[in-house]
Design a protein around this ligand. Structure first.
Ligand SMILES: [Zn+2]
Ligand SMILES: [Zn+2]
Length: 266
């Protein structure tokens, strides 16, 4: 079957409307699979103005229950599995300021960056859609660089989500900026196991090749949307092989950055 991870900080649950399974089922599966650390990072709630609702994330009023369930699980699995509370968060400039205090910084241990849309979602474009438009690539990279520079994201999930299909040199120019910023801000980049499992556009081997020239750290993240995603499988071995092929500096333990120190977001 191949190699398996020991730690995973990218785990979803039923709250986000497109993942299935109870928090406890993920923990049970992680423990059975031999993991020692499991971090939950379901899609963050976000409050938008003008009645816009985002379908793929938990509602603000569900957040408390999510946290309580992870905490209960942490107690139940104490001594067997180390459990952490986090969120996967987009950096939306107009709303990020207000979000952080809402995540209750005494409970929230970490946030990971997952930039599914540019701008503020409702006025941006889906990052994973195919495009040959350099301005979309540029906007994505500008936005995630700014996010990393805030120093509050513990790692960057599927940084290669951006579906740019145009000129290779243009791709390299912008993605090199992303890698340089990841290195400068000490933000580990993810090799996304879910993408390998489903044959997504990411992980993008061209991106990994570019990133391998920078002093960046990589981390393997499951991005589990069902408990069974945490079972050993070929996609994990594929992630390790990518890391081997490009000589990536792979970390297992994530150093949490304080998600809520900043008063300088604008
Ligand atoms: Zn998701
Ligand atoms: Zn995710």
């Amino acid at each position: 079957m191949g190699r398996m991870i020991k730690t995973n900080y990218h785990t979803h649950a039923k709250y986000c409307n497109h993942a299935a399974g109870e928090i406890r089922d993920y923990a049970e599966q992680a423990y059975e699979s031999g993991l020692t650390v499991l971090g939950f990072s379901d899609h963050t709630p976000y409050r938008f103005a003008d009645g816009y609702t985002s379908w793929y994330r938990m509602k603000p009023e569900e957040r408390e229950t999510y946290v309580r369930e992870v905490q209960a699980c942490r107690e139940e699995f104490a001594g067997k599995l180390e459990i952490h509370i986090g969120y996967e968060v987009e950096y939306y400039p107009k709303h990020f300021d207000a979000l952080l205090p809402e995540l209750n910084l005494t409970e929230c241990e970490y946030i990971i960056l997952g930039q599914h849309f540019t701008r503020n979602e409702y006025d941006g474009v889906y990052s994973g859609g195919g495009t040959e438009d350099e301005s979309i690539l540029k906007e994505y990279v500008d936005q995630v660089c700014r996010a990393m520079e805030l120093g509050v994201f513990s790692y960057f999930a599927h940084p290669d989500l951006i579906g740019y299909e145009g000129d290779g040199e243009i791709y390299e120019k912008h993605m090199s900026r992303l890698c340089a910023t990841a290195a400068a801000t000490d933000t580990p980049l993810e090799i996304n196991v879910r993408g390998l499992k489903f044959g997504s556009r990411y992980p993008n081997e061209n991106f990994i090749r570019i990133a391998s020239r920078y002093p960046v750290k990589f981390i393997i993240g499951t991005d589990a949307h069902e408990p069974k995603d945490l079972r050993p499988g070929d996609e994990y071995e594929a992630a390790f092989r990518l890391a081997d092929k490009y000589g990536l500096d792979l970390i297992e333990r994530l150093k949490f950055k304080k998600p809520l120190l900043t008063g300088t977001i604008g």
